[in-house]
Design a protein around this ligand. Structure first.
Ligand SMILES: *[C@@H]1O[C@H](CO)[C@@H](O)[C@H](O)[C@H]1NC(C)=O
Ligand SMILES: *[C@@H]1O[C@H](CO)[C@@H](O)[C@H](O)[C@H]1NC(C)=O
Ligand SMILES: *[C@@H]1O[C@H](CO)[C@@H](O)[C@H](O)[C@H]1NC(C)=O
Ligand SMILES: *[C@@H]1O[C@H](CO)[C@@H](O)[C@H](O)[C@H]1NC(C)=O
Length: 397
């Protein structure tokens, strides 16, 4: 449907029908082509070490159809902070799985995508109804077990999402995903979490990877999507808390160049790399947090001629097992305000910070203001590599 048709329709249809706008935004609105992919679907499994995962038979088979990222690190433990980080560029000191609320002046990937009207959705298995805000739900197992859990759905923790009805409606169940998949109407950015059994949380590595193999089979079919689709299968964190938090991530789907299928990429990545890759692919603004400086997936960077990927200077010493201080830390002595986003940086999309962040935080950009976000890609933890607050400065061009 063209913009002109939408304008004409808006005369005929009742004013203020938000449901209609949502339908347009997620389905009929024009596809926004990306430089290396037109769609990104990320699927999150739970708690497995890199060293064990690469030996798994389903993972080995899937790796032949895509790119294995051999240096991908989660940020901390337990689950929730890793999910929060992936969509907002920080985990704000979170070190637990209890319910959190992140203030409205913190933006997420949703704000970035909506600048270009790129459709998006979150799909959560056994999610009882669109926009459900509860802590958990009983689902397919039917007993009192937690099938859907809030801690694995980062969107509902952000006021900037849950206070906007149209955004909440984009959070749906796996049944809704299958419906849109059959109709060839899958949005352009999709975040998916299987239930507590299928994601391996309450089961095993084999259970989760067998499930993934079956789930992915139709999605990896040549005819599954008409547009160039990147499927990113990842884990939230490692199982072993004592090791650097290394996890397996696979890049699959039609967006992966044929010549790269079955190869490995040893570039250093974290969950922030999804944000920088999306920005790079669609030329989007950034969030002014750790998204800036995070390495862009190499096959994408090659196609966009992005040259800023590099190892963080402290790559070898980092122990990303313990959360640094911040607003969502459980220890009152480690609670800090939300850091000021760095409005002086240029992100991987070649663009400055999102306009609405610049205006919302304008009062903070005064005098010699300090921020931990320097766009360097350096990684931090709660042991010996605490975030370093410095006078805000531009990153290298
Ligand atoms: C959800 O969990 C939080 C703790 O994480 C608790 O404070 C809250 O009361 C729970 N909400 C419901 C509806 O049970
Ligand atoms: C998964 O484990 C949690 C405890 O970690 C438990 O409360 C829940 O009922 C289990 N869910 C399923 C689906 O077995
Ligand atoms: C990382 O920190 C945890 C918790 O302090 C500790 O148990 C572990 O030994 C550290 N790992 C490394 C590789 O330093
Ligand atoms: C962001 O929101 C928090 C919570 O409402 C508030 O404490 C803080 O002052 C706000 N920051 C700015 C710059 O508006």
């Amino acid at each position: 449907m063209t913009g002109e048709m939408m304008r004409q329709l808006s005369w005929i249809l009742p004013l203020g029908c938000a449901c209609l706008e949502v339908a347009f935004a997620s389905a009929a609105a024009g596809l926004v082509p990306g430089k290396a992919f037109d769609r990104l679907i990320t699927i999150w499994l739970e708690n497995q070490d890199y060293s064990k995962t690469i030996l798994d038979a389903s993972i080995t088979d899937l790796a032949r159809r895509g790119i294995l990222l051999t240096s991908f690190y989660a940020h901390t433990h337990p689950s929730q902070p890793n999910y929060l980080a992936a969509i907002s560029g920080d985990y704000f000191g979170n070190d637990h799985d209890d319910m959190v609320h992140i203030p409205k002046n913190v933006s997420t990937v949703v704000d970035l995508l909506e600048t270009k009207r790129i459709s998006w959705a979150g799909y959560f298995e056994d999610y009882p109804s669109p926009g459900y805000m509860g802590n958990y739900s009983k689902g397919s197992s039917g007993d009192d077990s937690w099938d859907y859990v809030r801690k694995h759905n980062p969107f509902v923790s952000f006021e900037s999402v849950f206070t906007e009805g149209e955004r909440l409606l984009q959070l749906q169940s796996f049944r809704d995903f299958q419906r849109t998949f059959k109709a060839k109407l899958v949005p352009q950015f999709v975040f998916m979490t299987p239930n507590m059994n299928n994601d391996g949380h309450n089961t095993s590595l084999k259970y989760a990877t067998d499930w993934s193999y079956k789930f992915l089979k139709p999605l990896l079919d040549d005819k599954a999507f008409d547009e160039k689709t990147l499927i990113m299968l990842t884990f939230d964190e490692s199982e072993d808390y004592s090791k650097p938090n290394q996890i397996v991530t696979l890049l699959l789907g039609s967006a992966v160049p044929k010549a790269l299928k079955g190869t490995q990429d040893d570039t250093f990545y974290t969950h922030y790399s999804m944000l920088s890759t999306i920005q790079n692919n669609w030329g989007l603004p950034h969030l002014g947090r750790y998204d800036v400086g995070a390495n862009v997936f190499k096959f994408v960077a090659e196609q966009t001629k992005y040259k800023k990927n590099r190892d963080p200077v402290n790559r070898k010493e980092v122990n990303s097992s313990v959360s640094y201080p911040g607003l969502l830390h459980s220890d009152p002595a480690k609670v800090l305000p939300i850091p000021i986003p760095n409005s002086k940086l240029i992100g991987a999309g070649g663009r400055p910070i999102l306009d609405s962040i610049k205006s919302t935080w304008a009062s903070a950009f005064k005098g010699d203001w300090q921020t931990p976000y320097d766009g360097s890609g350096k990684v931090f933890d709660g042991d010996e590599h605490l975030p370093e607050y410095k006078t805000a400065a531009a990153n290298r061009p």
